[in-house]
Design a protein around this ligand. Sequence first.
Ligand code: NAP
Length: 328
Amino acid sequence: MSGSRFMRAIRVREFGAPSVLRLCSDVPVPQPGLTQVLIQVHACGVNPVETYIRSGSFARKPALPYTPGSDVAGVVEAVGEEVTAVKAGDRVFTTATESGGYAEFTVAAENCVHKLPDALDFSQGAAIGVPYFTAYRALVHKARVTAGETVLVHGASGGVGVAACQISRALGLRVLGTAGTPDGAKLALSNGAHLVFSHREEGYTDRIMEATEGRGVDVIVEMLSNVNLGKDLQMLAYGGRVAVVGSRGPVEINPRDTMMKESSIVGVALFRSTPEEKKECAALLLSGMEAGWLRPVVGPHYPLDQAAQAHHDIIECPGAAGKIVLTM
Ligand code: NAP
């Protein structure tokens, strides 16, 4: 149906600065394969990893040219013959796409397409994929949290951080968060954090220790490990775990800090999730959307033609206040 139709989409023809994100208006609308879904995109989340890939610095590089974007929300336009989970007209969100989400239409594999409950708008739907699936993986599959434990979401004001606060609270954890600005702190507090600290203030880790009566935290979900990992090890309680979600460089730690507490550092890589893990995570998240505790917080919106600005700002502008999304 769509072979002769064209759409607006961002195309990357060479790796480099944000300016390599070029808007093209003559990109053919992709066709869904047998087990694929064609979606008219209303919004697409912007994730930091898309900037690393675009710059060419990421370990896994797509073939050029390509369209970035995994987390879209929109309406199903058409489905392949073997698709049964969704049908034309359904509101959906995705956790991955085949043809790229910074576009008016995208094709996604059926198992990466989920129905979007009416309570969430398309921008919120575009804020679920990478952030919420990563937060769940860090907390449940990697740090193996149990109700009653204390978690520190180190970087609670961004996409993954807000998701981690909401999920942690729903799982019965005591939730401490950090943010860099008063607005970010407010955001974390209104999304599940019991207490929030400023990671820009001298001595804030001492105040976190005081908030645990000196015992330390059981789990840290860490967004900037290259800055914080050494201190994190000192803030852990006996048997504590640091889940390394984000890191932008090397860091020196003292391994001795892990010994007396028998603590662990565990890496988190969303793309390592098995189909079973993804299914389990999707079930929990969908129940959260229905029950009302899962409410993605969308920050700045950018029109598709400002994708380059969005890539600049997500890395260069501190003071996160929810998820950055592109709207079509
Ligand atoms: P984001 O929306 O840009 O948020 C970044 C967060 O980091 C903000 O809350 C920011 O707080 C916080 N931050 C800044 N300085 C900090 C510091 N010194 N200590 C602690 N936190 C600090 O990004 P995101 O989408 O949430 O992603 C967060 C990180 O996780 C990124 O590095 C991303 O690449 C990574 N990630 C990894 C995976 C994986 O599979 N491992 C998956 C998704 C994301 P303020 O702006 O308020 O200062």
